[in-house]
Design a protein around this ligand. Structure first.
Ligand SMILES: *Cc1c(COP(=O)(O)O)cnc(C)c1O
Length: 365
């Protein structure tokens, strides 16, 4: 049997008519960049997340960079980020001129360890960018307590956590602002690159709307040295079709996760750990195994596609050699990068596929 790591086939088949209509609507309007579809999506998405305002932009990376820029964070500043995340989290900080300061994750949850944040705070620390990695909400009570104690703003990287909840509240509604990616493979994905920032601060969101459009608040009047990171009408229209189905698609993933938790019993495979009072959205089901290379090859030979998230931690990437962080400096992130393997997880994955993956994992010796 062949089991892909992920597939968009099911979503697209189910929503085929609506997606085509959305496409047709934009096509006929001849208005392709930031228009009615974008404003409508911003409203609908902010409401979904329990926030007042949203600003669409070109990518998740920009959705993380823009709030930092809008807050005036730049050269000479530091922003705390987890050491175990996708490189975009750190790049968003670097693009402003600030320096990303890595905090190790909890090895069980893979998310930033609140107990290790305080020791990294200096007088230069301007923001705390946390990531709800793999769709698992961070321990927000502990993080908020630290942010309040030091008066540091929290920015949430929600690129993998659309619709996830911590104590009944959606991720993205805890920090000062949150950035989302709608890259096609995310839980809510467009037909190309797209992103959005959400916040309750109208001034911040208005500033971001100017920054995304060459710093212009009024046509050909530029109050900031801005960017071109606008959201396309096509992408917004597609996202508007998918948003009402997000909860259902997330439930579907949660059901797969439930079967994985129950079914995978091989003692050499470590399953993810979920903290109390959260609802993860299972962007990724991350297992760990000391013999990852063997496991990866074995699954591949059995037709099961897997991905490593991520094979090289950020501090050991060539792009960040300037930080001079040697191997061994962030051992937990390094351990995860050595042992983590993401197994198939997508809306429309059949029971037959799920149980096949479980059986193969249990038969691995
Ligand atoms: C995907 C992702 C991003 C970046 O989103 P893009 O839309 O690809 O720019 C940022 N952070 C995390 C954790 C991601 O998974």
């Amino acid at each position: 049997m062949k089991v892909p790591f992920m597939s968009l086939e099911h979503v697209q088949n189910e929503l085929d008519g609506d997606l085509r209509n959305a496409f047709e609507r934009v096509y006929k309007s001849s208005h392709y960049v930031v228009g009615n579809e974008v404003s409508a999506f911003e409203e609908e998405f902010a409401e979904y997340c329990g926030r007042k305002y949203a600003a669409g932009c070109n990518s998740g990376l920009d959705a993380l960079m823009l709030p930092l820029k809008a807050l005036g964070i730049g050269t000479g500043d530091e922003v705390i980020v987890p050491s175990n995340t996708y490189i975009a989290t750190a790049l968003a900080v670097s693009y402003t001129g600030a320096v990303p300061v890595f905090v190790e994750p909890d090895i069980r949850t893979y998310n930033i360890d609140p107990g290790k944040i305080e020791e990294k705070i200096t007088e230069k620390t301007k923001a705390l960018m946390i990531v709800h990695l793999y769709g698992q909400p961070c321990n927000m009570d502990a993080i908020i307590q630290i942010a309040e104690k030091y008066n540091i703003k929290i920015i949430e990287d929600c690129a993998q956590a659309h619709g996830a909840e911590y104590k009944g509240k959606k991720t993205g509604s805890f920090g000062y602002a949150a950035g989302f990616s709608f890259y096609p493979g995310k839980n809510l994905g467009a037909f190309g690159d797209a992103g959005a920032v959400i916040s309750d601060d109208e001034n911040l969101v208005n500033k971001i709307k100017a920054l995304r459009n060459y710093g212009s608040d009024y046509k050909y009047h530029h109050i900031y040295k801005g960017y071109n990171t606008r959201l396309d009408e096509i992408q917004a229209a597609i996202l508007r079709v998918k948003l009402p189905h997000l909860d259902h698609m997330n439930e579907y993933r949660a059901d797969i996760a439930k079967k994985y938790f129950k079914g995978i019993t091989n003692p050499i495979i470590q399953k993810p750990f979920v903290i109390d009072n959260v609802k993860p959205v299972w962007h990724i089901y991350a297992i760990r195994c000391n013999r990852r290379a063997d496991l990866e090859l074995y699954l591949k030979d059995n037709g099961i596609e897997t991905i490593k998230h991520y094979p090289v931690p950020i501090h050991l990437q060539g792009a960040y050699r300037e930080l001079n962080l040697k191997e061994g400096s962030l051992p937990v992130a390094e351990e995860i990068s050595r042992t983590e393997l993401s197994i198939p997880m997508f809306y429309g994955m059949t029971d037959e596929q799920v149980y096949y993956v479980i059986d193969k994992l249990n038969q691995f010796r």
